[in-house]
Structure formats: structure tokens, C-alpha cells
Design a protein around this ligand. Structure first.
Ligand SMILES: [Fe+2]
Length: 261
């Protein structure tokens, strides 16, 4: 039953994205979001399976992973950007278009609430502390999965393995050594970065490094470790003393999380 439900929603997602993918000229931007969604689903399945969560949370996390970025498609079509600040909150769009497209037909009401809760919360800077435990668990799995895949997208972008697209890295300015001291200072205090402070490509990399502080599950930290993303990012940043200091702290934090402490 549960696998069939995920497959039904996956089919609806595919039906929803089809017309966007066929739009002349914009296939690249939309294809990125379809591929991102597929990887977020795989990551959410991995994290949920490796963590002690209920069957309900496991199922809701997988469905929410499929739907979390539904809003990206109409966002880009209407506004020609993925930047929420200049267009619309894409998580709210995801909920609106999920409901409008009846993509949760046949999903029981309690599961539906968990899914929509995780979708709307997937891009907030910090989760409200008073969420019901199951909503919190689902939201945390989707947020970890989303971040882990953005690490990969970002590395591919900056190493130019994939074609450059102005929307991928949110219009940051490329520069080999420049970064914003305030972004680094925030990370050294253990704070997660703020998109609004980002100017340079290196700022974006630093902000993404800081997402380690925000990963909720030990399995998420293990995946980050196994993929070597942090080393890849630090190798591409300037090697000055403040960044070396940050690298030491970040790696120590990762080791601490993996030790299960
Ligand atoms: Fe998103």
C-alpha cells in the first residue's frame, strides 16, 4: 500500500512536470529541478530507513520529498527566477500547486497533514520549536535531504562539470579569493548563513558548509562525510588562516556528530 502510494504521487509529479520540460528553451532549468527531486527522494528514503522513525514518518517524508519543490516550476515560468526574494515563496507555491493539481488524492488526511507541513517548512531558516513530533521528524528528513543534494549541485556548478546557468548559484559573483568577512564570522560563531549576505561565489560555498550545523540526523552527517563534500568545498576556497580555522572547526563538528555524541 505505502509503496503504491508513493508511486502514484511520483506519477502525478511526472505528469505535472511534463509540460514544463517541453517548454522551448527552458528545459535545462526545469530538468535540474526534476533531477534534484529524484535525488532528494532517494536521500530521504535512505535517511528515514537508517533512522528510528515510524512507518508513517517514513512514508510522509518520501511523499514530501517528491512534492517539496513542485512550486519551482510555476515560479520559474511566471517570474523567470528561482530567487524567492524577487518572486514568491516557492514552498507556499508547492503547497498551492500540490492542492490545485490534486496530487495528494487518495492520501489519508493525517499523512497529508504531515506531507504539507514538511513541504511548507522545507525552506524556512529555522523550524518552529513547537511542532508536533511527527511533523518535526518529517520536516527534518526533507530538509536534510534537500541540503545534501544542494551540496552536490553547488560543487558541480563551481567545478563547472555541469553547464553554467545563471539561476543555479543565485547570481553570485565568481572570484577566486574574495569572500565576505561577515559570512565567515557568522559561521565561526556556529550560526548558519543567511542568503541575503551572499555576494561572492565563496560566500555561497561558506554558507553551504555551515549547513552542517543544521543537519538533523546522524545518517545525514554520515552521507555528507562519505561523499567528501566538505573537503571538496574547502579545497576550492582560499587557504587563508580564518578559513583554515573554520575548516578545523567544521571537521571537528562533523567527527563529533559521527561519534554519536
Ligand atoms: Fe525547495
Amino acid at each position: 500500500m505505502s509503496e503504491a502510494l508513493v508511486e502514484r504521487v511520483a506519477q502525478r509529479f511526472q505528469d505535472f512536470t511534463g509540460p514544463y520540460l517541453r517548454e522551448p528553451g527552458d528545459g535545462f532549468a526545469y530538468r535540474l529541478k526534476v533531477e534534484h527531486t529524484n535525488r532528494v527522494l532517494a536521500l530521504a528514503t535512505d535517511i528515514a530507513s537508517a533512522s528510528a522513525v515510524s512507518g508513517q514518518v517514513h512514508l510522509a517524508a518520501r511523499i514530501a520529498a517528491l512534492l517539496h519543490d513542485v512550486g519551482r516550476f510555476p515560479q520559474y515560468k511566471i517570474y523567470r527566477t528561482f530567487r524567492d526574494a524577487e518572486s514568491a515563496n516557492h514552498a507556499a507555491f508547492s503547497v498551492r500547486y500540490t492542492l490545485r493539481g490534486n496530487m495528494l488524492a487518495g492520501v489519508p488526511a493525517d499523512l497529508r497533514r504531515l506531507v504539507l507541513g514538511a513541504v511548507i517548512l522545507h525552506n524556512v531558516r529555522t523550524l518552529p520549536p513547537t511542532l508536533p513530533p511527527e511533523t518535526l521528524a518529517v520536516a527534518r528528513i526533507v530538509r536534510d535531504s534537500d541540503k545534501l543534494d544542494i551540496f552536490r549541485v553547488m560543487i558541480a556548478h563551481f567545478s563547472q562539470e555541469s553547464p553554467l546557468h545563471p539561476e543555479v548559484a543565485l547570481h553570485v559573483q565568481p572570484h577566486p579569493t574574495a569572500y565576505t568577512p561577515a559570512v565567515l564570522a557568522g559561521l565561526l560563531k556556529g550560526e548558519t548563513g543567511d542568503y541575503r549576505e551572499i555576494i561572492w561565489g565563496n560566500d555561497f560555498k561558506l554558507m553551504v558548509v555551515g549547513w552542517l550545523y543544521d543537519l538533523n540526523y546522524r545518517r545525514s552527517c554520515q552521507i555528507l562525510h562519505d561523499l567528501g563534500y566538505l573537503d571538496t568545498i574547502f579545497d576550492s576556497l582560499p587557504h587563508d588562516p580564518p578559513i583554515r580555522d573554520l575548516r578545523g572547526r567544521i571537521m571537528a563538528h562533523l567527527a563529533h556528530r559521527l561519534s554519536g555524541a
